[in-house]
Ligand binder design. Structure first.
Ligand code: ADP
Ligand code: MG
Length: 710
C-alpha cells in the first residue's frame, strides 16, 4: 500500500494496537500528524567516530567496531539477563552490555560490523570502560543510508511503548515512503512565502526530522543552529504558527469591531463634572491620555475591548472608575471583576468611598456571598437598582442577570485566556470591556496573549513618589532587619512581612508563617499590633484585618503571598520578604509594589537563605538594580521561559508546536506585521467574507485552543 499523509498510523507495519493507542493518546491519528506533531526535541551529532583506545568516561561517542564474542549471562539475584559483547576496532577492544533485552541474542552476532552510540562508563564488574545499552546499527554493507549513526540524528520523546529509537526508524521510513509528491497544503499567503523564500512545509518537516548540513558546513555548526532552531526549515514552521495565530487574533478583533453596539454613550458637561467630582487628586498626563482613549471607544459605535497596561502603582484603578462613571452617567450599569476575594473587597471599599456623594449603589458579589445577601445582590443587579457590581468571576456565573450592563472592567486579569475572555464578552448586550493587567507584560507576550485587544499604556507614575530602596540581606541578619522595621513603625509607618507559600509545601509554609506571626506578636514587635493574613482565613476575617491595616489599627501585616495583587495602603513603607529567593521576579515586583505608594521613603528588604542558587542570586540582583516593571518582566521571561512566567494556573498560553516567544520574538514581530497586512488586503479586496472568516476562526480555535474549546 502506498503511504499518504492521511494514512492512519495503525496501517504502518510494526504498529500494533498498543502502539496505535499510544499514538492516538498523543493526538496522532495519521502519518501527517506523526510527521508534524512528533518532531525531535533535540539532536545528537553522531558524525564522528571515536577510537576505542581513546575513549574517556562520561562522554557520548560513536564507535565503529566488530563483534568478537557474544555471551548471555543470567544473574542469580533478581534474575537479570545480561548480554555481554566483546567488541573491537583497530585501536583496542571493550565490553558492551545489554540488560534484559533477550531478543538481542538473535540479532547481535559474532563477526558483525556494528556502529554504536553511547556513553562509556566504569562498572564494578568489568575491567576498563563499558558501554551499557548503547544504540547500535548493524552495518550490512549494502550501502543504505544510516539512520541512527554517522549523521546528526533526531532524538524523539518516547510515546507510550514507542521507544525513541523505534520512532526514529519509523519516521525515517515514513518520510522515505511518502516520497516527493506528497505535500501539505500551503497555509501562508503565496506572496509571504515568496518574500521570505520559505521552503514548502513538507520539505521543512523532512529537514527538521533528518537535518543535513549546508554545503561546506561543519556538523558542529549545524548542531548549534539546530539547538537555536535557527534553520530555514524551523524558521518557516515557527513563522507559520505565529502568522496563523496572529491572524486569528486579528480577525477576532476586527469582528468585534464590526458589530455595532446597542447603546449610546455621550460625554457632556454634566458627565465631565461627575467624573471630576470623584477625583481625589490631579490625574497624571498619562492617566488623562488613557482615559481619553477609553472614552473615545465608549462613545464610538463599536464595542470596546481594550487592555490597560501600567506598572504597579501607576494608578490604573482611578482611570477605570472614571470610565465607569462616564458609562453610569449615561444610564448603564458597570461591573468590576477582581481575581481574588480580598481584592474585590478592597475595590468595593474604595469605590464606596469615592462614590459616597453620588447616587450610585454598589452590589458586592463573590463566591463567598451566600443566602439572603446573595439573593438581595442578585435582585439589585437584575432590577438595576445596583449601578456598580464589584466582585470576582462569580459576577459572570449563571443566574446573574444585569438590567443593562454597559461596561466591564477586569482587574489584574492576566489569568484568563483569549477564549474565556471571548465568552465573558458575549454576556448580555456585549458590554464594552476594559482589561487591566497587574504585571507588566513584555511586548511579545502581550501581542500573543492580548493580540485581540487594543492597547493603552500608563507610562508615568503619580507625582511625589520616592524611589524604593531595595536591600538584600541574608537570614543571619534578621535582628538588624527587625531594627529597621521597628524604626519605621516608631515613626508611625506600617510594615509588611511576607512569607512565601509555595504550593507543593503549602502546609509547612503556612505553619511557618503562623509561628512567625506568633513570635513577632509576642516577642519582637510586642508593643505594636501584628496581624496575620493568609488565604485560608474566612473572608470576614480577612476583610476585617485588611480594614484594620488600612486604617492603621494594625501596624505589622504578616502575610503569605495574598498581598501580592493590588493591595493599597500608602502608609506602609517597609516590606520584608522572607525567602525572597523562592519567588519569581514578577512576583517580587508585584510584592514590592505594595510599598512606595505614599509620600514617605520606602524600603524593601529581600531576605535570602543560606543556599541560594546562582539564578536566584541573579533575580535578587535584578530587583536591587531595577524598579522598572517592564525591564523586570523582560528579564523574568528570559530567565524562566513563557510557560513558567505565566504560572501553572495559566490557561492563556496556546499550544505551539514549534514557536517560542522568547527565543523567536523577531519572527513573532514579523509574523504579526504580515498578518496585519494580509487581513487589511483581504478587507480592501472585499474577500474577507463573513463565511470565510468564520471558517478561519473555527480552524484557528481547533489548532490553538483545543483544550479550551470544550
Ligand atoms: P495600580 O495601577 O497598581 O492598580 P492604583 O490604582 O492602586 O495602582 O494606584 C496606586 C496608588 O496611587 C493609589 O494609592 C492611588 O490612590 C494613587 N494615585 C493614583 N493616581 C494618582 C495621581 N494622579 N496622583 C496621586 N496619587 C495617585
Ligand atoms: Mg491595581
Amino acid at each position: 500500500m502506498a503511504l499518504a499523509l492521511d494514512t492512519p498510523v495503525g496501517a504502518l507495519q510494526g504498529i500494533g494496537p498498543a502502539r496505535a493507542d499510544a499514538l492516538r493518546g498523543a493526538g496522532i491519528q495519521s502519518l501527517g500528524d506523526l510527521v508534524r506533531k512528533h518532531t525531535p526535541f533535540r539532536y545528537e551529532d553522531r558524525t564522528c567516530f571515536s577510537s576505542v583506545a581513546g575513549l574517556r568516561e562520561g562522554r557520548q561517542v560513536v564507535i565503529r567496531v566488530e563483534i568478537v564474542s557474544v555471551s548471555a549471562v543470567r544473574t542469580r539475584v533478581r534474575r537479570f539477563r545480561i548480554l555481554e559483547l566483546l567488541v573491537r576496532d583497530d585501536s583496542a577492544s571493550m565490553i558492551v552490555k545489554f540488560f534484559n533485552q533477550p531478543y538481542l541474542e538473535k540479532v547481535l552476532q559474532r563477526g558483525q560490523q556494528v556502529v554504536m552510540f553511547g556513553e562509556p562508563r566504569r562498572d564494578s564488574y568489568s575491567a576498563g570502560l563499558v558501554m551499557q545499552n548503547p544504540e547500535f546499527e548493524i552495518q550490512d554493507g549494502d550501502g543504505e543510508d544510516s539512520i541512527h549513526t554517522g549523521r546528526i540524528v533526531p532524538v524523539y520523546r518516547r510515546l507510550g511503548a514507542f521507544h525513541p529509537r523505534t520512532l526514529r526508524t519509523t519516521l525515517y521510513g515514513v518520510l522515505q515512503e511518502l516520497g516527493e509528491a506528497e505535500q501539505l497544503p500551503e497555509v501562508l499567503p503565496p506572496e509571504v512565502v515568496r518574500r521570505y523564500d520559505f521552503p514548502s512545509r513538507m520539505e521543512a518537516l523532512r529537514r527538521i526530522h533528518f537535518p543535513e548540513p549546508r554545503p561546506g558546513e561543519a556538523s558542529a555548526d549545524l548542531m548549534e543552529r539546530l539547538e537555536r532552531r535557527d534553520t530555514r526549515y524551523h524558521q518557516r514552521l515557527i513563522f507559520e504558527e505565529f502568522f496563523r495565530f496572529q491572524l486569528g487574533l486579528l480577525v477576532t478583533r476586527s469582528r468585534r469591531r464590526l458589530q455595532p453596539k446597542q447603546r449610546t454613550v455621550r460625554v457632556d458637561r454634566r458627565v465631565r463634572e461627575a467624573v471630576k467630582s470623584i477625583l481625589p487628586f490631579h490625574p497624571t498626563g498619562a492617566q488623562k491620555r488613557v482615559l481619553g482613549e477609553i472614552v473615545r471607544d465608549l462613545t464610538s459605535s463599536c464595542v470596546m475591548t481594550r487592555l490597560l497596561q501600567g506598572d504597579v502603582g501607576s494608578g490604573k484603578t482611578i482611570v477605570a472608575l472614571q470610565a465607569q462613571v462616564v458609562v453610569m452617567e449615561n444610564g448603564y450599569q458597570t461591573a468590576l471583576m477582581a481575581p481574588t476575594e480580598i481584592l474585590a473587597e478592597q475595590h468595593c471599599r474604595a469605590f464606596a468611598r469615592r462614590l459616597a456623594d453620588t447616587p450610585y449603589r454598589i452590589a458586592f458579589l463573590t463566591g463567598a456571598v451566600k443566602g439572603k445577601a446573595r439573593r438581595e445582590a442578585l435582585e439589585a443587579i437584575r432590577s438595576g437598582e445596583a449601578r456598580v457590581v464589584v466582585g470576582t468571576h462569580a459576577i459572570f456565573q449563571k443566574g446573574v442577570e444585569f438590567q443593562n450592563l454597559g461596561l466591564v472592567v477586569i482587574d489584574e486579569q492576566h489569568r484568563f485566556g483569549v477564549l474565556q475572555r471571548s465568552r465573558l464578552m458575549k454576556k448580555g448586550e456585549r458590554p464594552d470591556t476594559l482589561v487591566m493587567t497587574a504585571t507588566p507584560i513584555p511586548r511579545t507576550l502581550a501581542l500573543t496573549l492580548y493580540g485581540d485587544l487594543d492597547l493603552s499604556l500608563i507610562d508615568e507614575m503619580p507625582p511625589g513618589r520616592q524611589p524604593i530602596r531595595t536591600i538584600l540581606k541574608s537570614g543571619a541578619n534578621r535582628e538588624e532587619v527587625y531594627r529597621l522595621v521597628r524604626r519605621q513603625l516608631a515613626a508611625g509607618r506600617q510594615a509588611y512581612l511576607v512569607y512565601p507559600l509555595i504550593e507543593e509545601s503549602e502546609k509547612v509554609d503556612l505553619q511557618a508563617a503562623v509561628e512567625a506571626a506568633e513570635h513577632l506578636r509576642t516577642e519582637v514587635f510586642a508593643e505594636f499590633e501584628v496581624g496575620l493574613l493568609h488565604g485560608r482565613l474566612p473572608s470576614e476575617e480577612k476583610d476585617a484585618l485588611m480594614r484594620r491595616f488600612s486604617n492603621g489599627e494594625v501596624q505589622v501585616l504578616v502575610a503569605t503571598t495574598v498581598v501580592e495583587v493590588g493591595i493599597d495602603v500608602p502608609n506602609a513603607t517597609i516590606m520584608v520578604v522572607e525567602h525572597a529567593d523562592r519567588f519569581g521576579l514578577s512576583q517580587l515586583h508585584q510584592l514590592r509594589g505594595r510599598i512606595g505608594r505614599g509620600e514617605h521613603r520606602s524600603y524593601c528588604i529581600l531576605m535570602f537563605g543560606r543556599r541560594v542558587s546562582p539564578e536566584a542570586r541573579e533575580r535578587l540582583e535584578v530587583m536591587r538594580r531595577s524598579s522598572d516593571g517592564f525591564e523586570i518582566a523582560e528579564k523574568d521571561l528570559e530567565l524562566r521561559g513563557p510557560g513558567e512566567f505565566l504560572g501553572t494556573r495559566q490557561s492563556g498560553l496556546p499550544g505551539f508546536l514549534f514557536a517560542n516567544f522568547v527565543r523567536d520574538r523577531k519572527l513573532l514581530d514579523a509574523a504579526r506585521l504580515e498578518a496585519e497586512q494580509y487581513l487589511a488586503r483581504l478587507e480592501a479586496e472585499g474577500t474577507a467574507t463573513p463565511a470565510r472568516l468564520t471558517r478561519l476562526l473555527q480552524r484557528w480555535r481547533r489548532e490553538f485552543f483545543l483544550s479550551e474549546v470544550g
